[in-house]
Structures are given as C-alpha cells and as structure tokens.
Design a protein around this ligand. Structure first.
Ligand code: IPM
Ligand code: MG
Length: 353
C-alpha cells in the first residue's frame, strides 16, 4: 500500500528516537512491499525557536495531507520559564485539538525478560496487560482558563459534556469487548460535578455493552489499586488529566516510561502516534534513550491507521526477541548490567525484521 506519514521529531530525545522509527518503517515497507512517504514538520520548542509558534501552520498542513502522524516529544528546560507567553506543549495540545483526537490509547504490559529488575514484586507483575483509554481533547486541559502573566490569581476549569464522555467511553467498551471484557472507569465523582456526569454517562453507555464487566474507581484509590493489583485490570478509561497521571504511574509496571507507546485517535483511521515519554533533556543527544516506546508507537500506526496488523505484530515480536536476548538500554538495565546505546538497540530490532 501507499501511505504518507507526517513526521514531527520535536525536542530533546524526540529526533533521536524518531529517526530510528522512520528507518524501522522503511524496512517494513521494503520487506512487505509498501510505499511510505515521510514528510517532516516542526513542532514544540524547536518550532518556537524557528518561527515563534509551537505549531506552525505548515506543520498542520503536512499533517492534514498525511494518513497518520508520528511524533517524538516536545518541551525542555530551555522553554520552561513559567512566565513565557507560549509553551512548546501548546504545539502538541493544539495538534490533538485541531484533529479532534479524542481517544488516547496507552497500552501497558510487563515483559517477562524485565521482571527481575522491576521495582515491584515480580509476582504482582505477572501477566499485567492494561489498555488505558484517556480522553484527550477536553476536561481540565481545555476548559475555560484565566491566566495572567503577573496576576495573583488564575484558574483552570474541568468540564465535560455528555457527548464527550460517551464517545471516549464507547471506544473503551469496544476495546474491552475485544479483550478480557472488563472496564474500569476512573473519576472523582465524590467531589467534582464534571466527574459525577462522567460516572452517570459511563453507567448509561454500559447498557449497550452488557457483556463487559464495569467497575468504578475514584482516582486516588485507582493510583493504589494500580500498584497492588495491576494484573486485575483490562481496560481503564479516564479523563484527560487523570489519564495523564495514571499512565505515567503505570509505566513503572512496564519497567520504564521509555517502553510505552500511544495512539491518539478519532472516529476514522487518521491518528497521531507518539511515545508516552517526554523529551528527557537529561539524556538528550547522548544516544542513551530507549527507542521501544517510539517503535511500539510506529507499530500502532501500522495497526490503526494503515490496518497493517501483520507488520505491526512483526515489530512487536522483534522487540520481544531483542529483549529476550538480553539487550537493554540504560533505563531498563539492572545495576551492573551493560547497557547498549539507542543506535545499537534500534539496529538489533531492525535486524530482526
Ligand atoms: C503526555 C504529556 C503531555 C500531556 C504534555 C507534554 C502536554 O504529558 O502526552 O502524557 O500532558 O498530555
Ligand atoms: Mg503525560
């Protein structure tokens, strides 16, 4: 098949992992007889430096003309002055909003090869396989806001409409139907009005999915259950901010934030694919970053936007095989174990293909 992929490397380790991902996708294209055209655009801090805008119109145009978007990460200390008028993160949020990418899928699973060095007891981590479905274009991230560069009060508003909760919850229920048929909805219905609407709506939507078992957890309790009984979760649906927080917490289950991919989707096949990790300024430019989150995001792009399941699965098995052979980047190497570079790890995965 022919496909156009917008490539937005961004900042920090973004460009390093993205360049390996485009190489990986080119190898997939050769091997399976596809033609992928990559078109690169600027986003985040680098785009602020070059154009003053974290999401330049050319970048939006490149994405609009593409079948899917592959993104590295945005942000960094250079642009994190709290009094700055524009943040790199605005580029990413703007992209999610512009394309209406309301459903953010963040799968988290444990790798048998990594259990030994996990910060949690290995027996707790056996068979952990969770899919987070995070609402991505509403909630407190996009509610009414008051911000004064030098004022004494500011606010953000958490708001949800019934329709917004319905559409993301439908995605979550359908995903659960294709998995182990369990959905956990996370909210703060004991305190927040928007979250009471969330819970009511989830209960209503559940009526169409009576083969799925539904559980509700308050977000504070959820943070604890995620660590004490991670194996009991199948699909977890949450609003924008709670989903953001819980997915970082859940990365501990996988061994490192560097392991997690994500897909941001709407109702058609278009999607934005990015690792859950950020720009990791502390290791940027040092050839140390873990490319797995980025590679698995590329696999999700193949699966969801291009419907190339066999190719997606080939990437996932190649990663498994390289981990089984003992190769580790620094973030997942045990103390005393030799870590390999980003380049070497990526080359090993690509060689498996
Ligand atoms: C994420 C990130 C972003 C978010 C930031 C970079 C805006 O933390 O994708 O999880 O908060 O959504
Ligand atoms: Mg986050």
């Amino acid at each position: 098949m022919k496909a156009t992929i917008a490539v937005l490397p961004g900042d920090g380790i973004g460009p390093e992992v993205v360049s390996h991902a485009t190489r990986l996708l080119s190898v997939i294209a050769d091997r399976y007889g596809h033609e992928f055209q990559f078109r690169e655009g600027m986003i985040g801090g680098i785009a602020i430096d070059e154009t003053g805008d974290p999401l330049p119109p050319e970048t939006v145009a490149i994405c609009e003309a593409a079948d899917a978007v592959l993104l590295g990460a945005v942000g960094g200390p250079k642009w994190s002055d709290p009094t700055a008028s524009v943040q790199p993160e605005r580029g990413l949020l703007g992209l999610r909003q512009h394309f209406g990418l309301f459903a953010n899928l963040r799968p988290v699973k444990t790798y048998p090869a990594l259990l030994e060095h996990a910060p949690l007891r290995p027996d707790l981590l056996q068979d952990v396989d969770i899919l987070f479905v995070r609402e991505l274009v509403s909630g407190i991230y996009f509610g009414e806001r008051k911000e004064q560069a030098d004022g004494d009060d500011s606010y953000d508003t958490m708001s949800y409409s019934r329709g917004e909760v319905e559409q993301v919850t439908n995605v979550a229920f359908r995903a659960a139907q294709g998995r182990r048929k369990k959905l956990c909805s996370v909210d703060k219905a004991n305190v927040l009005a928007s979250m009471r609407l969330w819970r009511r709506t989830v209960v209503e939507v559940h009526e169409e999915y009576d083969d799925v078992e539904l559980e509700h957890l308050l977000v504070d309790a959820a943070t604890m259950h995620l660590l004490t009984r991670p194996g009991s979760f199948d699909v977890i649906v949450a609003g924008n901010m709670f989903g953001d927080i819980l997915s970082d917490e859940a990365s501990v289950l996988a061994g490192s934030l560097g392991m997690l991919p994500s897909a941001s989707l709407r109702s058609d096949q278009f999607g934005l694919y990015e690792p859950v990790h950020g720009t990791a300024p502390d290791i940027a430019g040092q050839n140390k970053a873990n490319p797995i989150g980025m590679f698995l995001s590329a696999a999700m792009l193949l699966r969801y936007s291009l419907r190339l399941e066999r190719e997606a699965a080939a990437i996932e098995s190649a990663i498994d095989a390289v981990l089984d052979e003992g190769l580790r980047t620094a973030d997942i190497a045990g103390s005393g174990e030799n870590a390999v570079s980003t380049d070497d790890f990526a080359a090993a995965v690509i060689a498996k293909l």
